[in-house]
Design a protein around this ligand. Sequence first.
Ligand SMILES: Cc1ncc(COP(=O)(O)O)c(C=O)c1O
Length: 401
Amino acid sequence: MSSKLGISSRALQSGAETAFLVLGKAKELEAQGKSIIHLEIGEPDFDTPSYIKEAAIKALNKGETHYTPTPGISELRKAIAERTMQDFGVEVDWKDVSVTVGAKEAIFVSLATIVEEGDEVIYPNPGYPAYEAGIRFFGGIPKPLMLKEENEFRMTSEEVNSLVSNKTKAIIINSPENPTGSVLSKEDVKGIVEIAKSKGIYVISDEIYKYIIYDELKHYSPIQFDESRENTILIDGFSKSYAMTGWRLGYIITPKHLTQPLQKILNLITSCPSSFSQVAALEALKGGLSSVKKMVEQYAVRREALVEEISKIEDVSMVKPKGAFYGFVNIKNVTNKTNLESSKLASVLLENYGVAVLHGTAMGSNGEGYLRISYANSIENIREGIRRMGRAFRELTNRKA
Ligand SMILES: Cc1ncc(COP(=O)(O)O)c(C=O)c1O
């Protein structure tokens, strides 16, 4: 008898974010009593600053527990527009700001709004996995731009240009980048916007790590170079800068012609973001950047600890990350000597040495030979985790200590 109890091809071929799967496995091992150091998940270990939590508690007590307009409460949208103006010196119409359920929803909904079957979308590889999965989900053709270690994993405008065809619909950029910590220069961003303008394509700019940047580097957004504001889709959120991952709050700033269609899709998927999370996010913005700066200072110290510990391990190396809170560690000597792929090595590290890291291929095919280490963790845990990794690699390659 024929059956209709199938699963859609979209669901079957859909990718998922592996960091959550590794976290699940690590938690299982912990439940069995094993000591695990968590360097796999991309989330601040800091608690949400208390003034933000208090605003949410107040909102709950005041009964702000209902639906809000689909694109979010106007006070928050206005505050986001205001902050964007302060950060980049450009005018933003608050009506083009839509608040989303995390930046992840913003990525999905931006692709849903612009991608037609067969459209090509350029994106960084290694890169945040939701880009490739989202492009495929909407019938687009993923065009990975293979980031090069010798370029410090930056996406140059020349490389972007070489991938643009008459089918290209959009270029996704992410600076500072997950997983490599690379930061695009002003020239990179400007050059990419110039390509987008001359070819009539979009730039989707995921700026979720924009405040987590080191060495006095400056963050640049395509919105600064796109005067007509027709090409730039800006994505950001509260998860990383304000340690608010569980509040599920992001936002998207769209060219005017995309705002209504995009909000229609948001309406369809989530109706609106969480009401009291929005009140808390408004407070986060009103409170300025001092709590963010304090956390970034801590990340900077941890980055140095990571660099130091990595330098003690033979056979591995790392480009010093310039932003975000990840190190992308080159382990090609270890994979060559052991004949084990990075995914296998990551499993061995977790199961036999109690350190959870993410294999580079979880962030795209071009991540083979690398491990992503999240240093949003205490200095002690970072040092201990990397020591465990060093011991593992010594034993696996049969070197003496
Ligand atoms: C580059 C990048 N974009 C977007 C997100 C999604 O963030 P959220 O949905 O928590 O706002 C993440 C989370 O890891 C990320 O690394």
